[in-house]
Design a protein around this ligand. Structure first.
Ligand code: NAD
Length: 509
């Protein structure tokens, strides 16, 4: 669908976040590309205009971050934590503004946007424990007069490159923990939803950081590549599609940088014959169509397990529930399914549906023509379901990242696990059952990093780490939780000898 280029005034108050934040100052970009950020529910509404940073500004931002690091790394963790407490309070105070901006630039339902901001604040709360989290281990008297202990030091300048789909939560997986550990942090928000990340950075700076500890550089692929290559940058946290994640991982690690690169997903939801379908259905629908399927934890393949009659029951009840979802603007409290992020993304998802039809799958529910009459320029797509899908079809293997669900059928749990494990991805998988034995088998044999039992979005809380297996993660350390402390610090083991008293005599205490 072609996008109308009618312009409206940038959404009041947020134009500043289209600027870059370099050395503690908001400066207009001087790079070659300018992007209009449009509201996905009504693409005639321009939320803001963002001009990307120039090569000189990227260098200036990284230099400022490197200078700031020398100051910030020396600030005791007990003082750094006060900044984080102030940050947490600012995020609470501005919670509604943040959630509304997520809706405006990303399209989510307001309830989903609020949930994502809350998940991000959870990470800030985890980071508020930084003095305890940074404690090393000690073993005194490993030999006569010799003690050994571990100290953790920050890595230096860390860069964060998030995807478009969680403009608040994913920068918050990275930024607070990087800074809590004593690093400086350069955020390059997704060029498709760049404003919320910039707003989050402004609140962090406002919480009492020295200039340059947090930096925002706007831009797309080339900007990300320049940041990764920059000589000041020591660590890269990336979240996005698998092809890009793999390339970021290879480039950054070849340059001797620390890198964690989280990739795409194709998550399977296994519905066992004994699952309580009525009570599981909201979780199945929420997992697959929440955020219009644009979530790395979205269920995108449902595996109906059992005899033919039970498989049909799962498919039919799921299709009936999906059909009733009300499409609408994220700000409309009655809406249950939000738009996808842009017309471009809309057309890509339509391409996947056409491909599924061409492959011979049966389109049991076709969302291609579902519209919202009051919002003719929105990037809306109704819920779609494919049945009679062969596991080798591309729609069963590749990430679609939209409101399109593939139904697979299996006779038993073994077959269902085998179907899920064929996937090149390994982000998450869920099982719906009332059997503890089935859960134990599933847990031990499924090849992925996050597992759900009778729930569809098994997102680890902030104090656990978040990440997948196979093509869903390049690198060893997952996001947030204890892995983030490992990622954003380097360890030194000190072995020291202090000549003490003479060797103890018998009976000495
Ligand atoms: P994307 O890979 O297109 O872009 C992600 C980021 O990478 C953006 O900031 C973009 O500017 C940057 N980028 C693009 N090309 C680059 C390159 N060659 N080198 C360096 N950086 C580059 O992803 P997207 O479309 O924004 O997001 C959707 C994808 O993200 C989906 O595949 C989804 O599964 C994945 N995702 C994964 C997780 C996870 O935790 N595993 C979470 C959210 C989203």
């Amino acid at each position: 669908m072609a996008t109308q280029t009618q312009r409206t005034e940038p959404w009041s108050g947020h134009a500043a976040f289209g600027r870059n934040f370099i050395g503690g100052r908001w400066v207009p970009g001087e790079g070659p590309h300018t992007r209009l950020i449009r509201n996905p529910a009504d693409t005639t509404e321009c939320v803001a205009e963002v001009r990307e940073a120039s090569a000189a500004q990227i260098e200036e931002g990284c230099e400022a971050a490197a200078r700031a690091f020398t100051v910030w790394r020396a600030v005791p963790a007990t003082e750094r934590v006060r900044v984080l407490f102030r940050y947490r309070q600012l995020l609470e105070d501005r919670f509604d503004d943040l959630a509304t901006l997520v809706v405006k630039e990303n399209g989510k339902l307001l309830s989903e946007a609020r949930g994502s901001v809350r998940r991000g604040i959870d990470v800030v709360e985890f980071a508020c424990g930084i003095p305890s989290l940074l404690m090393g281990k000690t073993l005194p008297e490993i030999s006569r007069d010799v003690d050994s202990y571990v100290v953790r030091e920050p890595v230096g300048v860390a860069v964060g490159i998030p995807p478009f789909n969680f403009p608040a939560m994913i920068p918050l997986w990275m930024m607070p923990l990087a800074v809590a550990c004593g690093n400086s942090f350069v955020l390059k928000p997704s060029e498709k939803s760049p404003l919320t990340g910039a707003m989050l950075a402004s609140f962090l700076a406002e919480s009492g950081l020295p200039p340059g500890v947090v930096t925002v550089i706007h831009g797309g692929r080339e900007t990300a590549e320049s940041l990764i290559a920059n000589r000041h940058v020591r660590a890269v946290s990336f979240v996005g599609s698998s092809a890009v994640a793999e390339s970021v991982y290879r480039t950054a690690s070849a340059a001797g940088k620390r890198v964690q690169a989280l990739g795409g997903a194709k998550n399977h939801l296994v519905v066992m014959p004994d699952a309580d379908l009525a009570r599981s259905m909201p979780a199945l629908i929420g997992s697959t169509y929440g955020c219009a399927g644009q979530r790395c934890l979205a269920g995108s393949v449902i595996v109906a397990v059992g005899d033919r009659a039970r498989q049909d029951e799962v498919v039919n009840r799921f299709v009936d529930s999906a059909r009733s979802l009300k499409l609408g603007d994220g700000m409309d409290p009655a809406a249950e399914l939000c738009p996808v992020q842009s017309h471009e993304h809309h057309d890509r998802v339509i391409g996947w549906i056409e491909r599924g039809v061409a492959e011979g799958a049966r389109l049991a529910l076709d969302g291609r023509h579902t519209a919202v009459p009051s919002l003719p320029r929105g990037a809306f797509l109704g819920a779609s379901v494919f049945d009679d899908v062969a596991p080798e079809m591309a729609i069963a293997r590749e990430e679609i990242f939209g409101p399109v669900v593939v139904m697979l059928r299996a006779r038993d749990l073994d077959e269902a696990i085998a179907l899920a494990n064929r996937s090149a991805y390994g982000n998450s998988a869920s099982i719906f059952t009332q059997s503890g034995a089935a859960v134990k088998t599933f847990r031990s044999r499924i090849q992925c990093g996050m597992i759900g039992v009778n729930l569809g979005v098994p997102a680890p809380m902030a104090f656990f780490s978040f990440g997948g297996w196979k093509q869903s993660l390049f690198g060893d350390l997952h996001a947030h939780g204890p892995d983030a402390i490992e990622f954003y610090t380097r360890k030194k083991v000190v072995t020291e000898r202090w000549f003490g008293a003479e060797a103890p005599k018998e009976g000495w205490v």
